[in-house]
Design a protein around this ligand. Structure first.
Ligand code: SF4
Ligand code: MG
Length: 313
């Protein structure tokens, strides 16, 4: 099968004062229909840049991004909107404050030329599906709570029945009490709408129970990728183990190697030579500073010269 989303050797560089910021340094990633992929890593690792490239909001410096088997830029705007839709972190800044919830949700359908009656019906249906009470359809974003605004943003993304949803930190701006409601909602919608989903989060606990596969990014590259349980229970890349160890409580029976996450996150203006993790890696040897490891292995891939032991199953 062809993947619904494919990034091949994708780089994205930005000219900034003081040099070139290497936001993405060669990403290879496939997402197949119906899969949910979690994209994790510390802030600044390139997750959001990759999301924008998948959505066609930015173009790669080199490499290709295919959506539905074609370069994302080859799709017309409407066609792309039918394929892939975003949900962003801050539902306040992403919603027009002068439009009602109904108008925001229905705008895509209006662009497609759908009649008012059909639009109103679809808007009501999707509002119901995302748990937005009917009377709030006449409200403006400023009159809604953070959770309600995110429901509007999700309804807007889904009303045109896209195949793929890219959610970039969809709960990070919300109160803790609301976060799990929105995550449960996304999980249910994913099933009901047969969605393919990319869920970006710096919070590993968020993605753990929601995604089939997880890709770990470090300084503009994917360093490990595999089935969620494989990556969480038996990480092969030292960075993944360090990241997991820093956030997850120790699980009895699962001996996560104790790798401290010490040292500074390096600058994307001057990525370290060889393996970008080598200045922070307790397993680093001379070769690590000289030669960049390539992604290897399938279906559990990792990019490390001296990976952690595979746990015998
Ligand atoms: Fe550590 Fe070397 Fe593996 Fe990089 S390649 S993660 S420095 S052991
Ligand atoms: Mg981000």
């Amino acid at each position: 099968a062809t993947p619904l989303l494919r990034a091949s050797a994708v780089t994205r560089h930005y000219k900034v004062a003081g040099g070139t910021l290497q936001a993405l340094r060669g990403v290879d990633l496939d997402v197949y229909k119906g899969q949910t992929l979690g994209l994790v890593g510390e802030s600044g690792c390139g997750k959001s840049t990759l999301a924008k490239l998948l959505l066609g909001m930015e173009t790669p410096t080199s490499g290709t991004v295919l959506v539905g088997g074609r370069p994302v830029a080859d799709h017309g705007r409407l066609e792309r909107a039918r394929l892939i839709q975003p949900v962003f972190q801050d539902p306040y800044s992403s919603l027009n404050p002068r439009m009602t919830a109904a108008a925001i949700i229905g705008a895509t359908l209006e662009v497609r030329g759908e009649r008012a009656a059909a639009r109103a019906r679809k808007v009501a249906d999707i509002a119901d599906a995302v748990g937005l009470p009917p009377h709030l359809l006449n409200a403006y974003p400023g009159q809604l709570s953070g959770g309600q605004r995110q429901r509007v943003a999700i309804a807007r993304a889904l009303v045109g029945e896209p195949e793929i949803l890219v959610c970039d930190e969809p709960t990070s701006a919300l109160d803790v009490s609301v976060q799990s409601q929105i995550l449960n909602l996304l999980s249910g919608l994913r099933r009901d709408f047969n969605l393919t989903m990319v869920l970006i989060s710096h919070n590993l606990a968020v993605v753990h129970h929601l995604v089939d596969r997880v890709a770990v990014m470090y300084l503009g590259a994917v360093v490990e990728e595999g089935a969620t349980d494989d990556v969480f229970n038996a990480p092969r890349h030292p960075y993944t183990a360090a990241l997991l160890g820093s956030v997850l409580p120790p699980t009895p029976g699962i001996g996560l190697p104790d790798i401290p996450l010490s040292g500074e996150f390096p600058s994307p203006l001057q990525p370290p030579s060889g393996c970008a993790f080598h200045p922070r890696c307790p397993r680093a040897k001379d070769a690590c500073a000289r030669e960049a490891p390539r992604m290897a292995g399938a279906p559990h891939r990792h990019a490390c010269h001296f990976p952690l032991e595979e746990i015998p199953s």
